[in-house]
Design a protein around this ligand. Structure first.
Ligand code: BGC
Length: 758
């Protein structure tokens, strides 16, 4: 499966070249752009009046744009990593795409680059950018301030590197945890994921970078992503996957929404009238623009009517073909102007026109510190038998670090979220010339756990075993006081995981080492949930995700108790693959498989559309914990779970009102360490709603000193209790008896109170 994806990527490259070539040959715009660029600035430029609204400024500018200039905004100029670029791309910044602006009108081009957890493609230009912990890691902090700082740091570096638009903000719900992009998303709950992504975008746009949310919508598996049709009921879609976008857009107001590769109920996401026109731009009144995923545009007129505004990265459909459609009257002037208006409006609204980026060296040290802080707040302590953790850094003890590459670095997620590691891949197996093509190779950051543990435990003796020989590793474990075993699972865009089991026989290694040493602590470096058949035999487990540039130090901070872990799972860890809604991953049938042995034929097929195959999300509303709750399936670790080095007690729940609902309770730190507790609030809905047993409706992260007691109060909006009524085609709160439940995790809700809603 992996091989197939590798070739698919090459072919995508080919395709992109093909499109650029098309631009070069087919477009008459090149000369126009150059001419405009050389011309003296025209005056007056009323759209530069910052006192006017973004909409007004866009309207004023549109009046001055020719048809060719308008069309120029509606497509890209190629992805510079791919092949011969459109001459107009010469002013591009080396990112993922570039849309030229109008220098004579003071309008910059859009310099676009992937930056899900840090700015990508820096190595190719000899630049540095900071890798933050993965998006799922940060979501596990349940900390909206952390998300805003996360977004602001990325935007800061985007500006330093000359970009003004991010591609990030992935919020596809984890319906299928084997999805190769689970690490790029924010978990399985729409309220948590939507809220976190909204704050991430807020952070990005606070720095005058155009923010972005993706992949709209129901892009929940990578297998056959160009062909798959996500089949899902409207109610399920509205209450789960779409709700995450709705909340995220409501909080973050991103300048752009990226439509996805897949189809939804038969129609491509980028020409899906229901998704784009009816819901996003209609009901949600989204004022920004819709940008296609890279090569996810499949038509001109249909896509335009449906609400696609900008084709990326090339120009097959929204350049010459669009001009013709406008001239032939198939796309009206009003529709064309609406596309243009949305793009310009987002540029004015986010500040990219008034406050262009200035290149400078990023704050490497400051941002590494922030990466460490974010990781400290993202590490989930899953098991800690007999309080084996934290270890005492001052104790003379024999510590054994085991793990493939644990002496060299820490693993990261692949694909378009891949940030380039300083100095190249720490395991050194990617030749420089292939750097741009390392999508499908695991990249390890030069952030060695072994060195971090040595530094953090000066009184101990720290030795290392790479774990490749199980007998040798177990023998070494027998001699140690404590074992820190770093286990990994790699994930990447474009390929799903065949199983949630750890790869490379690591289960056997962990089992043997745990049998040899009862103080075995497993440190998981994984994109998402993994199976743990050895769980009951190990002393402790920490989930550290893909942990960014300072991961090893942050992990050492938690291991030695400098930091008290506070994060909680944004995804359920199931017992086994067979417990998932789809026990078997849904793979494309032969006819829809991408076979890139004949690239020209395949690229043509892709443009025309591969035969669709369905992934039926019959589990509907039962995403994540709602599935396990409803199906009464035991799990390894439930959504919302996470331990601390201290303990908390919950009491005195009061819930009242219905619009909004006021919830209050008392929280006490009953242990001996300061900590931050994420207090979770769920609602059980009346039977008449037909809902799964419970849903998250709110949470608060509370800092408490040892013995400290705080009153926690939350105001929960009425809509958190609503369902999508397919008959009235509207959100509605059904009158009835609800139950409000509060506690430290979705399966440990200690307080409960009835609440009648009218
Ligand atoms: C991915 C997007 C990404 C784009 C640009 C696509 O393959 O699905 O998430 O932003 O490429 O690199």
């Amino acid at each position: 499966m992996r091989d197939q994806t590798i070739t698919a990527k090459n072919a995508v490259r080919f395709l992109k070249c093909f499109c650029v070539l098309n631009a070069v040959l087919g477009s008459a715009l090149t000369g126009v752009a150059q001419e405009k660029k050389d011309a003296a600035p025209a005056a007056p430029m009323p759209w530069m009046n910052t006192k006017l609204s973004a909409d007004k400024r866009a309207d004023l500018l549109i009046q001055k744009l020719s048809l060719d200039e308008k069309i120029q905004l509606l497509h890209g100029t190629g992805d510079p990593h791919i092949g011969p670029a459109d001459p107009k791309a010469a002013d591009g910044n080396g990112g993922s795409g570039y849309v030229p602006g109008f220098p004579d009108k003071n309008i910059p081009g859009l310099q676009i680059v992937d930056s899900a957890s840090g700015v990508c493609y820096s190595a190719g230009s000899g630049r540095y950018s900071t890798a933050l912990p993965s998006n799922l890691a940060a979501a596990s902090s349940w900390d909206t301030t952390i998300e805003e700082r996360y977004g602001a740091m990325i935007a800061d570096e985007l500006r330093d590197l000359g970009y003004n638009m991010t591609l990030g903000g992935g919020v596809n719900l984890t319906r299928e945890p084997r999805d190769g992009r689970t690490f790029e998303y924010m978990g399985e709950d729409p309220v948590l994921a939507g809220t976190m992504v909204g704050h991430l975008i807020k952070g990005v746009q606070s720095q005058h970078v155009l923010g972005h949310i993706k992949h709209y919508a129901v892009n929940d598996q990578e297998s056959g992503r160009h062909a798959v049709s996500s089949e899902i009921s409207e109610r399920a879609m509205r209450e789960t996957d779409l709700l995450a976008f709705q909340i995220g857009i409501g909080i973050g107001h991103p300048g752009a929404v990226m439509c996805a590769y897949n189809r939804v109920n038969g129609d491509y996401a980028c020409e899906n009238e229901f998704l784009l026109k009816a819901v996003l731009k209609g009901e949600w009144k989204y004022p920004g623009f819709v940008i296609s995923d890279w090569l996810a545009t499949h038509s001109t007129v249909k896509a335009s009517h449906a609400g696609l505004d900008n084709e990326e990265p090339d120009n097959m459909f929204f350049d010459a073909a669009m001009k013709k459609a406008v001239e032939d009257g198939e796309v009206t002037q009003a529709e064309l102007n609406d596309h243009v208006h949305r793009i310009l409006r987002s540029m004015f609204a986010t500040g990219v026109v008034d406050d262009p980026p200035k290149k400078q060296v990023p704050d490497v040290f400051g941002h590494a510190k922030l990466a460490r802080e974010i990781e400290q707040k993202s590490i989930v302590l899953l098991r800690n038998e007999n309080a084996v953790l934290p270890l005492d850094p001052g104790r003379q003890q024999k510590i054994l670090v085991i793990g493939r590459n644990a002496d060299k670095g820490m693993i990261s997620g692949g694909g378009s979220a891949q940030v380039d590691p300083p100095g190249g891949n720490a395991i050194g197996d990617i030749p420089d010339k292939e750097r741009k093509q390392d999508w499908q190779k695991a990249v390890w950051f030069p952030d060695a756990p072994l060195a971090a543990i040595r530094e953090a435990a000066p009184a101990g003796t720290v030795s290392f075993d790479d774990g490749s020989d199980v007998a040798k590793a177990s023998a070494a474990a027998k001699q140690a006081d404590v074992v820190l075993l770093y286990a990994y699972q790699w994930q990447a865009e474009g390929v799903d995981l065949p199983t949630l089991a750890l790869p490379d026989a690591q289960d056997a290694l962990i089992t043997a080492v745990a049998a040899a040493n009862p103080h075995t602590i497993v440190v998981l470096e994984t994109g998402g949930p993994v199976l743990m058949p050895w769980l009951n035999n190990v002393a402790a487990v920490m989930e550290t995700w893909f942990s960014g540039i300072s991961g090893a130090d942050a992990i050492a901070d938690v291991v030695f108790g400098k930091v008290n872990p506070s994060a909680k799972l944004a995804v359920t860890f199931p017992m086994k693959d067979a417990d998932l809604p789809h026990p078997e991953l849904v793979l494309p049938p032969k006819a829809s498989q991408e076979d890139w042995s004949d690239e020209a034929a395949m690229s043509k097929k892709l443009l025309l559309g591969l035969p669709s195959f369905p992934t039926r999300y019959d589990e509907g509303l039962q995403v994540g914990y709602r599935w396990y709750d409803e199906q009464k399936k035991p799990v390894l670790f439930p959504f919302g779970f996470g331990l601390s080095y201290t303990t908390y007690s919950y009491s005195d729940l009061k819930a009242s009102g219905s619009s909004p609902v006021e919830v209050s309770f008392t929280l006490k730190n009953t242990g001996r360490r300061a900590g931050e507790e994420i207090a979770e609030v769920y609602a059980a809905m009346p039977a008449s709603t037909g809902e799964p047993p419970k849903r998250l409706v709110g949470w608060q992260k509370v800092a408490l000193q040892p013995g400290e007691v705080k009153q926690v109060a939350l105001t929960i909006p009425r809509e958190r209790f609503s369902i999508w009524d397919e008959k009235s085609h509207a959100w509605t709160v059904l009158p009835g008896d609800y139950r409000i439940m509060v506690g430290p995790g979705s399966l440990t809700l200690q307080l409960e109170q009835a609440l009648s809603m009218r």
